[in-house]
Write a protein that binds this ligand. Sequence first.
Ligand SMILES: C[S@@+](CC[C@H](N)C(=O)[O-])C[C@H]1O[C@@H](n2cnc3c(N)ncnc32)[C@H](O)[C@@H]1O
Length: 224
Amino acid sequence: MRTKYKPWAVQYLSEYFENQFTLENEESIKSLVDFVSSKDTYLEIGPGKGQFILNLAKRYQNINFLVCELNKTISGICLKKIDESDLKNVKLISCDFYKLSEFLKTVKFCGLFLNFSDPRPKKRHTNRRLTSDNFLVEYSKILKNNHYIYFKTDNDKFYEYSKENFERYNWKQIYINEDYKNLDDFDAETEFEMKFKGEGVKIKRLILEKTDATINNVIEEDKN
Ligand SMILES: C[S@@+](CC[C@H](N)C(=O)[O-])C[C@H]1O[C@@H](n2cnc3c(N)ncnc32)[C@H](O)[C@@H]1O
């Protein structure tokens, strides 16, 4: 689903920095690192308009939440909602997660959320899937040991691909539900989830634990 370019949202993103970090500014990068290090912090990659993270941030105000959103229009909409919420424990950074990960070498998160990530079905886009090899390696570097990735999707093929890849990289599967209806305590409905549930699509959910066995470098393909 494409979001139409909204000039007001892109403008908003360029003007308001109370709850936003940017990679363009060294002070801001330092503030980001401080935010993540100062408390237990969870990261959502691809939050969309922020319904999920604002719900969690409101209920768990002793925890910090960071969202990383690639699309500028969506980031602007999400940032405005964060600003209007008056919550102090949720911040946004608008960039590709892969770029952000270069700046996260000194910090560790308590959990990562991947909610209804773009399935990117075309073979030539495999590397852009948020559960492809390079991303899984980055996640293993920024997540604390014995902490979790929380993954939800509507898409069967993307689900199968992701599940297999998590297995390949030795992420321990501690929860699996292929018809997830009743939300766990540490969860909230996303915009896409509401839409798909309304259409009767089954939601698939996995929780994956990072352990000592989790592989943190890209597995080279067997050439034989
Ligand atoms: C299908 S939407 C789902 C939005 C929301 N999580 C939900 O469930 O309603 C996926 C979002 O991920 C963002 N995204 C995709 N690749 C990303 C990346 N590499 N880094 C950050 N955000 C990304 C997209 O811009 C989009 O807003």
